[in-house]
Write a protein that binds this ligand. Structure first.
Ligand SMILES: Cc1cc2nc3c(=O)[nH]c(=O)nc-3n(C[C@H](O)[C@H](O)[C@H](O)COP(=O)(O)OP(=O)(O)OC[C@H]3O[C@@H](n4cnc5c(N)ncnc54)[C@H](O)[C@@H]3O)c2cc1C
Length: 375
């Protein structure tokens, strides 16, 4: 283990620059905290950009009522600020066919807009830096060790927010976690020559297609069997299988008629691990929770009209003083809870709350479990 001379000290360290981490970092910075955001890739946005997701699920309840506000709404607006959108007229766009407050966006353009967003909010950003281990004194996290081109570094913080998408910081700190299960998905961005004809040109970007998706398990050797990914070997197998499937499909096409524009730069797994929190988010329609951080709807077609409150208790484990979790790793391990919690607008909601809670814990000189800003 390295010598623990610190390379820097921050009020808050956020590990992971996906949607949740960006929201957490900006939220804490807006509470006048010094914030370091550590991202192992060289683009912000996580699955939403590097993972080529490119569809911002709805902020509304499907019956015209907006459910999610705050940074989540800033992010949907940012996602479409510099490129095309499919926002419905009801929500300020031009699309008359869709009606929920949702939009398609360009993942590449969104990731550049996210850089601008975090920097303009005073966050210190570190790309190409892998946070390997939290440094623990009992159940208190003193900071995180990182690896980068510059070697190993140790950054200290008062509060650490795990926004890794796989809960690796929480797990390595000793917080109990639950592994998730995935079915095979491999989606790439496809460019079709026909769709580049002049009359289609203005629509070309919107007509990116998903290719190679075994969304429903078709063709996977295990059929509908779910895949748990807990090691680099698991992830390598998952990615190689997806690429092989895509290449097989391409061999049946006219090779002069298309190109694959972008391959996903991270595994498109919906759920890897969740923390075991003080409470669980179970997505029960209309249920009030005393420590609600805010509301969300249900993006699924049968979810219209459903209203859920998100408990703050899903963002921390009460045995640990100063570690918060946000995004798709919150305590929502099964069923409707994880389905609802993992989508982009809800990851932004839990990220924003984690940033506020971190700031409140620092201001109140208390543990994250004692923060009383919600509910
Ligand atoms: C196939 C698929 C389809 C989906 N479809 C939709 C959809 O249509 N609409 C929608 O709204 N949502 C969709 N989702 C869900 C949504 O995209 C993600 O759940 C959400 O974007 C996750 O955000 P996050 O910030 O929690 O995690 P992530 O996006 O996983 O971000 C985590 C970030 O942390 C970084 N990181 C991880 N570990 C470290 C470390 N140790 N050090 C430094 N950096 C680290 C990663 O590089 C990454 O940038 C889909 C997901 C999948 C897999």
């Amino acid at each position: 283990m390295m010598n623990k001379n610190s390379s820097g000290e921050f009020d808050v360290i956020v590990v992971g620059g996906g949607i949740a981490g960006v929201s957490a970092a900006v939220s804490a910075a807006r509470c006048r905290k010094s914030v370091l955001l550590i991202e192992k890739s060289v683009n912000l946005g996580g699955l939403a950009t590097n993972g080529l997701i490119s569809w911002f699920e709805p902020l509304c309840d499907g019956n015209g009522k907006q459910m999610v506000f705050g940074i989540s709404e800033e992010l949907i607006q940012l996602a479409i600020k510099y490129c095309f959108d499919t926002l419905p007229v009801e929500w300020g766009g031009k699309n008359t066919e869709k009606h929920r407050y949702a939009s398609r966006f360009s993942p590449t353009v969104f990731s550049m807009a996210l850089d601008e967003f975090v920097i303009s909010n005073g966050v210190k950003l570190r790309f190409d830096t892998y946070a390997t281990y939290p440094v623990m004194e009992g159940n208190h996290c003193c900071g995180v060790i990182c690896e980068s081109i510059g070697g190993q570094e140790y950054f200290k913080a008062d509060v650490v927010i795990d926004a890794t998408g796989d809960a690796s910081i929480s797990q390595r700190a000793g917080i109990p976690t639950v592994a998730g299960e995935n079915f095979m998905t491999y989606m790439a961005h496809f460019f079709d020559k026909e769709k580049c004809s002049p009359e289609e040109h203005s629509n070309t970007l919107r007509k990116w297609e998903w290719v190679g998706s075994d969304l429903f398990g078709n063709g996977h050797p295990n059929g509908m069997n779910k895949i748990v990914c807990n090691s680099a070997d698991d992830i390598t197998d998952y990615m190689l299988y997806g690429k092989r499937r895509l290449l097989e499909r391409l061999k049946t096409k006219d090779r002069n008629s298309f190109d694959i524009m972008t391959l996903p730069a991270m595994p498109q797994m919906r759920t890897i691990r969740h923390i075991v929190g003080a409470s669980e988010f179970n997505a029960i329609d209309g249920m009030e929770v005393p420590d609600s951080i805010g509301n969300c709807g249900d993006f699924r077609p049968n979810g219209a009209g459903k209203h859920y409150q998100m408990p703050y208790g899903a963002l921390y484990n009460p045995e640990f003083d100063n570690i918060l979790a946000c995004g798709r790793i919150i305590s929502a391990p099964v069923g409707d809870g994880w389905e609802v919690a993992r989508v982009i607008p809800v990851c932004a909601l839990t990220g924003e709350a984690a940033g506020k809670a971190a700031a409140a814990a620092i201001d109140g000189k208390c543990q994250v479990a004692e923060v009383k800003v919600f509910g």
